[in-house]
Design a protein around this ligand. Sequence first.
Ligand code: THG
Length: 367
Amino acid sequence: MHSFTPTARIRKSPFYRATLAEGVTSFTPYNRMLMPTGYGDPEKEYWRLIEAVSLWDVAIERQVELKGRDAADLVQILCPRDLSNCAIGQGKYIALCNHAGTIINDPILLKLSDQQYWLSIADSDVLLWARAIAAERGLDVQISEPDVSPLAVQGPKSDDVVASVFGDWVRDLKYFWFQPSEVDGIPVAVARSGWSKQGGFEIYLMDGTRGTDLWNIIREAGQPHGIGPGNPNACERVESGLLSFGGDTDDETNPFEIRMEKYVDLDAPDEVVGIQALRSIVSKGIKRHQLGVILDGDVPHQPDSDWMSIWQDGTRSGHMTNCIWSYRLKANIGFALISVDAKPGDTVTVDMAGTSVSGRLTRLPFV
Ligand code: THG
């Protein structure tokens, strides 16, 4: 099984006990919490997500709450996407950038009211960043991490499962929109979102003492639809072209290199952090872009967490930032962060654990 040294610095999810009862076999640290990364049968967990419905503890997607008179100003200062048309109850995918235009997180933004927002963050310290920017700009806003923990229900049967718990109104939720609700006295917000392209919801638990109760309610409702435990799925997300911040990005990556240009408005106000740098990056032209790689051969490679060098005509043109065995494509595939001179259709060789493997570049997504 697993073991770790208990410490207050590694926080546990409200769903931790439920995942232990499900037989979780591995965790990874994320936002100084434990994120489940498997239940012992990766292929079965993959097909459950593609064909039925899968339940994920994603409490590690912490919320950074911005609340108060200047909350709307702060959220726009933190992010180069124009938020003027964001409605209450709407979510949006955004890029947070530093002053150099480097991406430092890719949250989902949720607008709860004109004076209350959540940034549902990937793995980096946004709380510290937001407090520092707010203080430097003299803004009147309280910034905290509330007791809110998302539970993801993903897969083609998730509409039926979530509707049977919360009501048929959830079927009409638009992508990234959310609505407060409750079940058995458990306060939640139900959102149509999640880190897969198989459809689904995220149930934001707003009472950390009720994690096991919420898990069991969804679990029971999903029984007729083949529900089972899972986690953000490495294979499906690569096939679907979803970005993993910190995995597919480094300390020099800007949004234009990783297909996030549609989330940057260059005419955003000058006070937005990083906007001058982003304008300058565009006017000079980017050097790298993100493509897919399909490797030759039909034997799964051992996953490698390090970036792998990509070679073309004897020079290193970029890196493979992930590599997984695709159950649907029956090939090893991954993302390339590579010179803009490299084009879909080009052949490449990739350094993998001391051997050189041939392949070709493609557009994303794969599926
Ligand atoms: N759920 C919640 N918070 C999160 C994540 C999540 N915070 C961190 C991380 N995941 C954010 N990353 C992503 C990346 C991509 C998408 C969602 C979250 C995504 N992208 C679609 C795409 O790229 O095709 C759609 C984007 C769009 O239409 O705007 O869904 O999973 N709560």
